[in-house]
Ligand binder design. Structure first.
Ligand code: BG6
Length: 369
């Protein structure tokens, strides 16, 4: 069943190009129009949306954090992301023009289900992004966009995460299209660029050997920090979550700009800091800011492990270890930058002798609140 892989997780990491391609399949026609057949909300319903809330847990929550940047940028609709377990207890402001997007691999997570039910009671429209056909969350939603990752066996989510990102992009692009947008050209370009993502994920997978070697060196580290900005901030959180789940190591993700307001005090001689660097093209200002954040941590003794875009030479002098990912539009970059962090966590856990597929204390789907 593991098709020659040592763990399901490694198999599922390797399946990501296919999972991304499957999730895109049939959703874009030859004119670049998005076809979301499973979405049973009318275009008018979507035009009436004046606020989006995304609710999810764990890894799915991180995909929602990425979605916020894309949805607000493409649609200009305010979008908030919230941990499903917090959502209903703070009495959020919802009505029939609110779209609540519930993201769940299993479709059975009780926290997410309860958030969804709360949203429906308040008359909000609910769209589920889910990997499991016919599970409870999509059954109770007004509309569904299924991710086509295939069954995910390893407890730590990998291919489901990448397909959740794709589904979120599709929802954002679809909302932008039906509403008529400011960034019509950009939206059309992104539709085309999404088609190239399976190939780019494949390229990243082909370059993972140096990450495996580094993982063995880091197996004894006490703590690993992850930093990123913009969409790389949720990627940093996801990298840290993977390491906690699998290696039982202290790991934390930070918005790189927030370091100076406290977390930089954690940096000690040799502290590994994984830095996810935005593309120097596009939002170039952000790139330069992250490069200075890297300089700052390095000046305080950090061992910097840098994930940057191919051709980004500006960051090289401050990287103790440098890993390049293919050139990718900023908002889509999490599809490639997350992959090395998955491999890193998996390999560190394996070097520490842990059962990668069945981490202690965790379940694949948590059906209690
Ligand atoms: C956790 C799983 O309990 O639930 C995580 O261990 C997962 O891996 C989270 O991200 C949310 O699960 P789901 O099925 O709602 O996406």
């Amino acid at each position: 069943e593991k098709s020659g892989y040592e763990y399901f997780m490694l198999k599922e990491i390797a399946e990501q190009p296919h999972a991304v391609a499957e999730t895109l399949l049939g959703r874009l026609n030859e004119h670049g129009d998005l076809m979301l057949d499973e979405v049973r909300l009318t275009d008018q319903d979507l035009r009436d949306v004046d606020k989006v809330f995304i609710v999810a847990c764990g890894t799915a929550y991180h995909s929602g954090m990425v979605a916020k940047y894309a949805i607000e940028h493409w649609t200009r609709i305010p979008c908030e992301v919230e941990l499903a377990s917090e959502f209903r207890y703070r009495d959020p402001v919802l009505d029939r023009s609110t779209l609540v997007v519930a993201i769940s691999q299993s479709g059975e997570t009780m926290d997410t289900l309860m958030a969804l039910r709360h949203a429906k009671e308040q008359k909000a429209r609910v769209l589920a992004i889910c990997n499991t056909n016919g599970s409870t969350i999509p059954r109770e939603s007004d509309a569904v966009l299924y991710t086509h990752a295939g069954p995910e066996i390893a407890v730590a989510s990998t291919k489901a995460f990448l397909t959740q990102l794709v589904a979120c992009y599709l929802v954002g692009l679809h909302l932008a299209q039906v509403r008529g947008v400011k960034y019509a050209d950009e939206v059309a370009a992104v539709v085309a660029q999404l088609q190239e993502m399976p190939g780019k994920v494949e390229q990243v997978l082909d370059m993972m050997e140096p990450i495996r070697l580094l993982a063995r060196e880091l197996a004894e580290a006490k703590s690993v920090l992850f930093i990123g900005r913009h969409v790389s901030y949720p990627v940093a959180l996801e990298g840290a979550l993977k390491l906690k789940e699998l290696a039982y190591m202290h790991a934390e993700g930070f918005a790189a700009g927030e370091l100076k307001h406290g977390p930089i005090a954690l940096i000690d001689h040799g502290t590994p800091v994984v830095c996810v660097v935005p593309s120097p093209r596009g939002r170039g200002v952000l790139h330069d800011k992250v490069v200075s954040n890297i300089q700052e941590v390095r000046a305080r003794g950090a061992r910097t492990i840098v994930i940057a875009e191919e051709g980004d030479t500006a960051v090289a002098p401050y990287a103790d270890h440098l890993f390049y990912v293919p050139v990718t539009p900023t908002l889509l970059a999490p599809l490639v930058t997350t992959v090395p962090l998955q491999v890193l966590a998996c390999e560190i856990a394996s070097a520490r002798g842990h059962d990668v597929d069945q981490p202690r204390n965790l379940a694949k789907s948590v059906t209690v609140e």
